[in-house]
Design a binder for this molecule. Structure first.
Ligand SMILES: Nc1ncnc2c1ncn2[C@@H]1O[C@H](COP(=O)(O)OP(=O)(O)OP(=O)(O)O)[C@@H](O)[C@H]1O
Ligand SMILES: [Mg+2]
Length: 259
């Protein structure tokens, strides 16, 4: 598969006696939305934590654009172009939205602390560039109006969009979204799905999406991987997954939108 951007190969993750991931392999293609679904405790967040380097996989490989990420630091993985949003919102409430985004840019920047304090020409250039990017990103997402607000002044759905904007500020080539639409109204979900597709189509960003809302998953995904008790039980196109016996059995008796 020549256009595979992310390749997860034979990934195992054990916590003591708990096997959170067992021999999981799949590929996420460039410019696509690949969704990872499965019942609660299936290993979805663990998979994201392994890809971003928060957890070190027990065994297996994670290739991104050809290089092996499995033994790299979270920082190196972020620099390789992978950004994430968290299952819980992680914005700074003392800061405006514009500053939250700027901060995401700095985490990515090259300026050292001393240099920052001295405000060298390079620092001022980076700052002007960050301001420009904040404006551009907010405008692209239709969020220019809220640049001066703080997170707590915004609805939950809008805060989630800001988290998304923060990933874009890091020049990510792949964004990992862990249940970004949990707790959103139907209208907020529709807007968020539209955002994902717009970013995919106009910026060429690839997505790995963990989401429990099946209509959303079926509508937005190019490819779906299904985990159950840490193992991959199916993968394919939305239409194939919808008909898959093993997937239906795994979800039987569980409420896929339980939380
Ligand atoms: N740091 C950890 N220490 C011990 N066990 C863990 C750890 N992280 C995850 N697990 C276990 O790994 C399994 C998979 O958990 P994970 O959070 O990845 O599931 P999930 O698919 O994201 O579930 P949900 O849909 O509820 O978010 C669970 O049994 C969980 O208890
Ligand atoms: Mg989870």
């Amino acid at each position: 598969m020549s256009d595979a951007l992310l390749q997860v190969q034979n990934l195992d993750m054990r916590f003591g006696g708990i096997v959170a991931l067992r021999d999981v392999s799949f590929a996420a293609r460039r410019g696509q939305v690949t969704s990872v679904i499965g019942p609660n405790g299936a290993g979805k967040t663990t998979l994201i934590n392994c890809i971003t380097g928060m957890y070190r996989a027990t065994s297996g490989n994670i290739l991104y654009a050809g290089s092996d990420l499995a033994r790299q630091s979270p920082h190196a993985i972020a620099r390789a172009g992978i950004a994430r949003t968290f299952q819980n919102i992680a914005l700074f409430d003392g800061l405006t939205i514009a500053d939250n985004l700027k901060l995401a840019r700095y985490q990515h920047g090259t300026t050292g602390l001393l240099e920052g304090a001295l405000r060298t020409p390079r620092v001022r250039r980076e700052e002007a560039e960050a301001d420009r990017r904040v404006e551009e990103t907010l405008a692209f997402l239709g969020l220019s109006d809220i640049a001066g607000n703080t997170p707590s002044e915004l609805s939950y759905g809008t805060q989630k969009q800001v988290e998304f904007a923060r990933a874009l500020m890091q020049d990510a080539t792949m964004i990992l979204l862990d249940e970004p639409m949990a707790g959103m109204s139907r209208a907020e979900k529709t807007r968020f799905v539209d955002l994902i597709l717009r970013v995919r189509d106009s910026l060429g960003v690839s997505f790995l999406l963990v989401e429990h809302d099946m209509p959303v998953v079926m509508g937005v995904s190019d490819h779906i991987v299904v985990l159950d008790f840490g193992s991959k039980i199916a993968e394919g196109l939305p239409a194939e997954i919808r008909e898959n016996e093993a997937v239906i059995a795994a979800y039987l008796g569980t409420d896929a939108e339980a939380h």
